[in-house]
Design a binder for this molecule. Structure first.
Ligand SMILES: [Fe+2]
Length: 327
């Protein structure tokens, strides 16, 4: 089965995934969840918006929550390497008849709002306001000590189309799943810009939707501690899947749902992928260890539920892969 070759001179330079912009119905409930329970830091708050960052992040925000009537994923943010890259990105999207327009966004200035080939809403920017360094202010550590945003995972109708679109932008494939047919179909793909297992992942399903966004935490023990905290502070029902060890990415994980149902993953201990000759790892769709190395299946909600984008119709996947669910 053909897999995309690395593109080392992309048309514009995306550095990494940067931030998620979500709409939530109750900012106070969201603040309680993300600040007091998960442990993110509130960098700025106004009447209708909360800006959070992880403990090692110097950029002003990696999670923006806006008050809204429906809990949707507004946009997923990526940082680029220069203002010129923003201009080249604008041209690139326009040439492909994809939506792209410049707007001014608080704390990150000139920002390109764009939509990818499968309908995911993106925003690209070059420079964000810088915040105080708090990595070594250990007295401020709460929850699972989330350090930095790590990746976005999308439900997409056509994994191959998504994979090819992002490969052309310089995202490199690290791991993927495919069927065992004589003509294998790709079911999911993990791709990176920053040298970890991924900045973006694509899973075949009703799309376009955001499946989850993830924060990197220092160790599995931080995740286990979060389980203890959530189980004893009224958030037991918000723990959707895990803790466990992914086969894919080797990451130790926990998936939780925020008060509006947005899914966040806490994620530790993946590996370095910067080598230019890195060979992507293939997993059979029928191998249960790909999802959880210890074989434990995920709940059905994990395969079916996600955050929609505003004004973006959702459609069925090109290929359906029957999940092995726990119920
Ligand atoms: Fe993930």
């Amino acid at each position: 089965m053909p897999i995309p070759q690395p593109v080392f001179d992309p048309p514009f330079n995306i550095v990494r995934c940067s931030h998620a912009v979500l709409r939530v119905r109750d900012l106070d409930a969201s603040r309680q969840f993300y600040e007091q329970t998960i442990g993110l830091v509130v960098e700025h708050a106004d009447r209708d918006t909360l800006y959070f960052r992880g403990l090692e992040e110097r950029n002003h925000h990696s999670l923006v929550l806006k008050r809204g009537p429906e809990p949707v994923a507004e946009r997923l943010g990526f940082q680029v390497a220069s203002e010129g890259d923003l201009d080249r990105a604008h041209i690139y999207f326009k040439e492909r008849q994809l939506p792209a327009e410049f707007v001014e966004v608080p704390f990150q200035g000139r920002t390109l709002h764009a939509v990818d080939s499968e309908g995911n809403r993106l925003e690209l920017y070059f420079q964000m306001d810088q915040a105080e360094r708090i990595l070594q202010q250990y007295g401020r550590y709460r929850g699972c000590h989330p350090q930095r945003i790590d990746h976005f995972n999308f439900f997409t109708r056509d994994v191959r189309a998504s994979m090819n679109f992002y490969a052309a932008l310089g995202f490199r494939l690290t791991e993927y799943t495919s069927s065992d047919d004589s003509e294998p179909r790709i079911a999911s793909a993990w791709m990176h810009r920053k040298g970890s297992v991924h900045d973006v992942a694509f899973t075949s399903g009703q799309g376009p939707r955001l499946h989850h966004f993830a924060y990197w935490v220092p160790s599995p023990l931080n995740i286990i501690h979060l389980c203890d905290v959530m189980a004893t502070t009224g958030f037991l029902a918000n723990m959707e899947r895990g803790p466990g060890r992914h086969g894919i990415s080797n990451a130790f994980f926990l998936y939780v749902r925020d008060p509006d149902g947005h899914r966040i993953e806490l994620y530790a201990s993946d590996y370095l992928t910067v080598d230019p000759d890195f060979a992507p790892i293939r997993w059979s769709i029928s191998d249960p260890r790909r999802q959880t190395l210890w074989g434990t299946p995920a709940p059905r909600s994990w395969f079916e539920e996600g955050s929609v984008f505003p004004n973006t119709p959702v459609g069925p996947p090109k290929f359906s892969f029957a999940p092995v669910a726990a119920d």
